[in-house]
Design a binder for this molecule. Sequence first.
Ligand code: 5GP
Ligand code: MN
Length: 320
Amino acid sequence: MDEMVNNSIRREFNKAQEILLVCHLRPDGDAIGSLIGLGLALETAGKTIGLVSVDGVPSTYKFLKGMEKIKQTAIENYDLIVAIDCSDRQRIGLKEYLDRPIINIDHHATNNRYGTINCVNPKAAATAEIIAENISDWGLSYNKDIAAALLTGIITDTIGFRTSNVTSRTLNLAADLMSFGADISDIYRRALVSRSFEAVRYWGAGLNKLHKQDSLVWTSLTLEDQKKTGYSGKDDADLINVLSSIEGVMISIIFIEQPEGGVKVSWRSQPEYDVSKIAMEFGGGGHAAAAGAMFDKNLKEVQEIVIRETQKLLVNKQHS
Ligand code: 5GP
Ligand code: MN
């Protein structure tokens, strides 16, 4: 990271006594791992911290030490906010306290630099990688729990070092985290491989409705599917990774009905297609190969609009 940015972050961390750290709505492993990793590092440095994930902690990440500190609301007052893995302010989901200085730490290319200090590196494979790389320049250090949280962020966002943004730097940092005591095989199993019975039944509901048209596949997960299978998350239980492993598929999409209304859409693509462009058209964001957006319309309407727009991307690419 830019030396000036790192110096400013170090100065802010030194100056602040109470720091609110917040990750994005519908958090993933990178959001939770980075939140805990940086939070514990600041706490170890003597700061009072508040860790907030408005949508709570998915059960997959509850094994992480420090997860019990995460609350769904910020009730106290803080003099500095650190937004983690959030590409825009809306992704934070908190209305309070956003008038304080914000340090924006993220790796999404779609990040709109809303922070007072922007520590954004779209080349990093995970926000946890940015934190691991720069933590000592911010005047902080690792311990075993911090290392385990950050390695969880890196492993989950890269689907076990498989995404095209993984570099030798990612692997070197992961090795550093291991040398601080992070147990890679335990984290890999808990955060990436292990599934609840309900989650696998929920996959079944989605796989039953799988559609394919040329190199595009899609399916939906409804509130009814949740009820029938007993799966209680608002997400796709990572079913999207199964879809994107299908041979010949360039883009996969999952439509997930949300309990509070609306539909969450997730896209995954092969390197030549940038699905973050479509997600941004609809107010969402993400990476070229993995993006998402929220829609206020019903499932049928959302499917029609999104499939039409995604097919356009596939056709345009063929003609270019
Ligand atoms: P997923 O489809 O797994 O929810 O997310 C894929 C990527 O897109 C992640 O990097 C995630 O942070 C981003 N993303 C998902 N939904 C949204 C959204 O509604 N807004 C923005 N800005 N990014 C999103
Ligand atoms: Mn991330």
